[in-house]
Design a protein around this ligand. Structure first.
Ligand code: SOE
Length: 389
């Protein structure tokens, strides 16, 4: 019998934010038996609408009200990035477990403080939602690297490409400066790529050299705002011009631990690429390549024999990867399943009394990602290599 996939007596959750990603958290939690009892939104009226849509019983008027709710044992933060720091800090201080969307906060001073606070509160789980690790074949890549299947790692490369901000009329809170690094594409999706590359290889990115570009120095903001991935719908509405300083594109050269070489690029203006993370890990004995838009297939590159396409099948996978793959081969698993698996790791760890190494991305990992963002911003500004941390 495998590990339970439906939890008994888990903490009850309050959700902050009901935009694009908050509802994905709510759905994942329901699938594993974790009740979502309340929501905090930008204002109570929006909160009521979201609560009704998602079937969440309570709407909070403020963070104070949410934190005072003794029924709530855990807080999921899916609000815009600049709000994360205060919400995460106060939730931990109130004794709640916290699962925060990425990036954990906007400065490394904030994330260092959050990581230290989490370390002092060892009985509370503190995670960052780098969900892409939880595609089963990403765990499989990590296991194959650890087993030495591809030998010594020589280089890591890839990209994270999207097209939902391609046009000047595409607008979302993410394009606005955060008042710190003011990074957007790198912070929003680049950190996913860097988290995955480091998770799979077990290496840390230590130095970076970055080139950033803002293709649209001015965008048209729909009056009344717009949601993530709703570019064309929002384009129908009246707009006002807004100056843009956050980057649409970034190209980053990297040195990882052991002097391993790396390079990736990120763009939110690549027509036809809806939401694609592409990762290649090259070693002395072979290579591993994964594409998030074909997440059930892993390409294994060989030199002296035929390369192979490995299809996700828990019966054929490494134990760590099989454990997070709940459907047999041929029954596609995707984005919502990765969320479910991260939530299971998070609440499974809480169920075991928060002991041992957390099997999910921690606040420490979230801190490192924000340090990376700062090094990337510094490198781009000064046009030279920058060290991380
Ligand atoms: C928007 O760029 C976004 O929603 C990211 O914030 C998510 O992390 C990614 O999964 C999809 O794109």
């Amino acid at each position: 019998m495998g590990a339970p996939t439906f939890l008994t007596n888990p903490p009850k959750v309050a959700l902050i934010g009901g935009g694009f990603i908050g509802p994905v958290h709510a759905e994942a939690l329901r699938r594993i038996g974790v009740p979502v009892v309340g929501i905090l939104e930008i204002d109570p009226e929006t909160g009521r609408r979201t609560a009704q849509r998602l079937g969440i019983p309570k709407v909070y008027a403020s963070l104070d009200e949410l934190l005072a709710d003794s029924e709530v044992g855990s807080v999921h933060i899916a609000s815009p990035n600049p709000a994360h720091y205060e919400q995460a800090r106060r939730s931990l201080e109130a004794g709640k477990h916290v699962l925060c969307e990425k990036p954990l906060a906007v400065t490394s001073r904030e994330t260092a403080e959050l990581a230290a606070l989490a370390a002092r509160r060892a009985q509370q789980a503190a995670g960052v939602n780098y969900n892409i690790r939880f595609y089963p074949l990403c765990h499989e890549m990590r296991a194959r690297v650890q087993q030495g299947d591809i030998g010594r790692i020589l280089s890591v490369s890839g990209s994270y490409t999207q097209d939902w901000l391609l046009q000047v009329t595409d607008y979302n809170w993410r394009v606005e400066p955060d008042g710190a690094t003011n990074l957007r594409a790198v912070a929003d999706v680049g950190t996913h790529w860097m988290d995955l590359a480091q998770f799979v290889t077990g290496l840390k990115i230590e130095r970076v050299m970055a080139d950033l570009a803002t293709f649209h120095p001015e965008r048209r903001k729909p009056v009344g705002g717009s949601e993530t991935f709703t570019g064309s719908a929002a384009a129908e509405r009246p707009t006002e011009p807004v100056k843009i300083v956050t980057e649409d594109y970034g190209a980053i050269l990297m040195r990882l631990s052991g002097d391993v070489r790396g390079v990736y690029h990120v763009t939110q203006c690549h027509a036809g690429r809806k939401n694609r993370l592409y990762l290649e890990v090259c070693g002395t004995e072979g290579s591993l390549v994964w594409d998030s838009q074909e997440p059930n297939t892993l390409w294994i590159g060989r030199r002296g024999r035929s390369s192979e396409l490995f299809e996700r099948d828990p019966g054929l996978m490494a134990p760590a990867a099989a454990a997070i793959s709940h459907y047999p081969g041929g029954h596609a698993e995707g984005f919502p399943d990765a969320f479910k698996q991260l939530a299971l790791a998070f609440y499974g760890w809480i169920g075991q009394g928060c002991t041992g190494t957390p099997p999910f991305p921690t606040f420490e990992d979230g801190h490192h990602e924000v340090q990376l963002c700062e090094a990337i911003a510094q490198s781009a500004k000064e046009q030279r290599w920058a060290s991380v941390g």
